[in-house]
Design a protein around this ligand. Structure first.
Ligand code: BES
Ligand code: MN
Ligand code: MN
Length: 464
């Protein structure tokens, strides 16, 4: 019987070409100008699932972008794996900073990727990683090695908050019933240090608006006598962290789970070079919450960051003006047990309370979601670990990630199943940034590893 490695070797050029075609469609969910492209991408995903051997594939309409659902049920008594992924991508801007156009994929060799990496928006997040599952399915059906039932649910609104997916999951619990959820939309530590993501942070995303005078004013005639909303906004934002970089919102840390000394010691064992980290970002020093390491700061600790700030005159030259309004977009990354709606409320109350009487403040919540941690003593984690052991020759390290996939906690609540996060990306892949790329090696390794998860998951289920 053919193994995954030789199948991947035999078909790798086609696997790469197919992904390149998918990456050419600009499925930007945030920008309505790309609506047709988003829908076209869903159709292409549907075709790929049909070709990969799914018996049923449907485009499921939602209030927003469609969800592609596929399945192959070989025996209702066998376990069912539900694969989740997203076919939408982030906007590519700032477009000037791309070395090649974001929707004209090119394969280039880099220091980290001597085998080449595919440069395109969505190559890693998440078209490339999602497509590994489609090709893994093809391998299993074409070589008669599908050991259990499979369902696919690929959405088109992940990058804008997964609203339609929540709607869909709440209405289709029976259709989506499964024994484990499998996702590749995260990363791993390094090519020679495989890891499985065991945690995701939650998120609360808000927009704030500070209004001063009823119109833009001459900064000479009025300057010094009325509140400048930009001055006030920046002062308010600065006050949200203290000198130790702790967040000052009352109650913000109340539910934060403190890890035990042992857990922190275990985390610290993961290979990490601060020097290499700084070098990769061209920074002289790291910065963050007092008392925590870099890896702790970006995974087990909550944060507050301004994602964008604007107001006043930003065009060429100088204009003497006191703007009427100033704005900022702020995200808070949360850890398990922090409730995102509660945190949003705490933020709103605090931000309004610190505004001086000279301005009015409006806080508008955008979206959010709960964090997630998965235990490592379940069959799903064990099966994933055995799969990596086979293809990497090493036991993968469990690692919590700083990113968010808010829908994962909803899966647990609505579908009552655990999610296994088998990510094959690297931090250096530049997801959401210019020049996003995905290593060809990582892509093929993913296709090689995924079918082994199915094999071990089915075997371990039989024993239980
Ligand atoms: N795939 C990412 C999340 C991710 C990346 C998690 C790497 C862990 C490691 C996902 O597409 C994403 O970008 N999520 C958003 C949240 C969403 C609500 C827009 C994020 O984390 O900012
Ligand atoms: Mn993603
Ligand atoms: Mn993303």
């Amino acid at each position: 019987m053919q193994n995954t490695k030789s199948y991947v070797q035999e078909h790798k050029d086609r696997f790469i070409n197919e992904l390149v075609e998918l990456l050419k469609i600009p499925s930007i969910s945030a920008d309505s100008a790309y609506e047709k492209d988003v829908i076209k991408t869903a159709d292409e995903v549907k075709k790929s699932l049909e070709n990969a051997g799914c018996d049923i594939v449907e485009i499921c309409e939602t209030p927003g972008y469609p969800i592609v659902y596929g399945e192959k049920i070989i025996n209702p008594d066998l376990p069912t794996v539900l694969v989740y992924g997203h076919y939408d991508v982030q906007p590519p801007d700032p477009i000037d900073l791309w070395d090649s156009p974001p929707f004209e994929p090119v394969i280039k060799k880099t220091e980290l990727h001597p085998e080449g990496a595919i440069f395109a928006r969505g190559s890693c997040d998440d078209k490339g990683q999602m497509y590994m599952h489609v090709k893994a399915m093809e391998f299993m059906t074409k070589t008669d090695q599908l050991p259990c039932n499979v369902k696919f649910m690929i959405e088109g609104e992940e990058e804008v908050g997964s609203n339609s997916l929540s709607w869909f999951v709440e209405r289709n619990q029976e259709k989506l019933s499964n024994d484990v959820i499998l996702i590749s939309d995260t990363g791993m530590i390094a090519k020679d240090v495989p890891s499985i993501t065991t945690g995701l942070r939650g998120l609360s995303y808000v927009e704030v608006e500070v209004t001063g005078p009823n119109r833009d004013l001459h900064s000479g005639l009025y300057g010094g006598a009325v509140a400048n909303p930009i001055n006030i906004l920046t002062k308010m934002i600065a006050s949200l962290h203290d000198e130790n970089n702790h967040i000052t919102i009352p109650g913000f840390y109340d539910k934060v789970e403190e890890l035990s000394k042992e857990e922190r010691a275990e985390m610290a064992k993961a290979p990490f070079s601060l020097e290499a980290y700084k070098k990769s970002l061209d920074i002289k020093a790291v910065y963050g919450e007092e008392g925590y390491t870099t890896n702790e700061r970006n995974s087990i600790r909550p944060t507050l960051d301004v994602n964008g700030i604007w107001g006043g005159y930003t065009g060429e030259g100088a204009k003497t003006v006191i703007a009427s309004k100033a704005y900022a977009k702020i995200s808070m990354r949360l850890v398990p047990n922090q409730d995102w709606k509660e945190i949003t409320e705490l933020f709103k109350n605090h931000f309004e309370s610190i505004a001086p009487a000279a301005v009015t403040v409006k806080v508008t919540p955008h979206h959010g979601g709960q964090g997630y941690v998965t235990p490592i003593d379940n069959i799903g984690y064990k099966a994933a670990s055995m799969a990596y052991q086979d293809t990497f020759g090493k036991t993968p390290i469990p690692q919590r990630s700083g990113g968010s996939i808010p829908i994962v906690s909803l899966f647990e609540k609505e579908l009552k199943s655990k999610t296994i996060l088998m990510g094959f990306g690297l931090d250096s892949d530049a997801i959401h940034s210019p020049n996003e790329h995905f290593g060809v090696w990582n892509y093929l390794k993913g296709i090689e590893t995924i079918p082994l998860f199915y094999k071990y998951f089915t075997e371990l289920n039989k024993k239980n």
